[in-house]
Design a protein around this ligand. Sequence first.
Ligand SMILES: *Cc1c(COP(=O)(O)O)cnc(C)c1O
Length: 384
Amino acid sequence: MSQERIDFYRHTLGEAELRNLAQVLDGVFLTAGPRTQEFEKRFADYLGVSQAIGMTSCTTALFLALTALGIGEGDEVIVPAMSFIATANAVIHAGGTPVFVDAELETANLDLDQVEAAITPRTKAIIPVHLYGHMVDMKRLRAIADQHGLAIVEDCAHAVESIRDGVKPGQLGDVACFSFYATKNITCGEGGAIATQREDLAEAIRVIRLHGMSKSAYDRYTATYRHYDMPVMGWKANMNDLQAALLLPQLDRIEAQLERREAICQRYERGFDALGVDYPRVLPGSRSARHLFTIWVEPELRDDVLQGMQEAAVGVAVNYRPIHLMSYYVNRYGFVAGSFPRAEEIGARTVTLPLYPGMSDQQVDQVVERFAAVHRHLVEKRQA
Ligand SMILES: *Cc1c(COP(=O)(O)O)cnc(C)c1O
């Protein structure tokens, strides 16, 4: 019995991106030049912030944001236990110590009720992750951060299109970090960006993303040659014009693609409601960026569901098993099972299903039907 394969993700890059890329190849400038600047301007406008800076990845963006905020050795940064490992790794890259906080059950996001208890005299910043595209309550988190003099670095890898209570990513955080990795809502294979309303941070990050140099290659190219200086230590993390050429056309269709993903998610939700299967909720007042659609199954069946779905030709993933129980974190910090019970429960139950604008309604229905068959079979096998 062979069934049509339903991939986990398919990008939407095509003619418009090819034309844009050909234009860049016809010119002389391959690194961060006019197209990168155009993308930065348009991305900042889309988010409604004053500054956007193209980067090589979200992981590096998080690291450089923390570094620009002066976070390093001996400093603690609060991060959710339920996220991708990069969120906490960036704190370690910067020399700091990640302090985990558990998830709230309704959305799987950082539980703001538990943030204050994790704050110590060493705490310098909080990294909320707008998981699956659903924003953390930034008004409430900003109030907590201000009360304790902490910075907020938003991990917006899932959240380009998110809005909550009229607030967009980057508007209330000190810095917001985005990913254009291969499976994200807009992508150039690998890439990232920083958005901020703070001119001081934007200026510092522009310098440390490029060796700590006082002038970029584009500055040197467009003006007559002047010597550059290196006033501070920097890294190498700038976006280039090939990446920007791929990203720019996606901004033209970003809202239309979100609309399609929203319709797909609502179709999934109706299907899984009918099966009595639970999933994280989108709260009133929130527009989710609908990056990932995940369902929660019985923990004792989860790995068999993953296996069964793949045998049924449906691409699946797990977002995420909690960070604190990864071997490195266990070995370095001594975390044990039970430390963050909600993140652990979600991590044991979650199954992420295909979600991308090119999916047809029939494919969505097929995913639900194949899940129902796989799940029914597993339950019957257990009862036998
Ligand atoms: C993808 C992702 C990252 C890392 O993004 P890169 O651009 O690959 O570095 C960080 N945080 C979360 C939540 C992600 O999903």
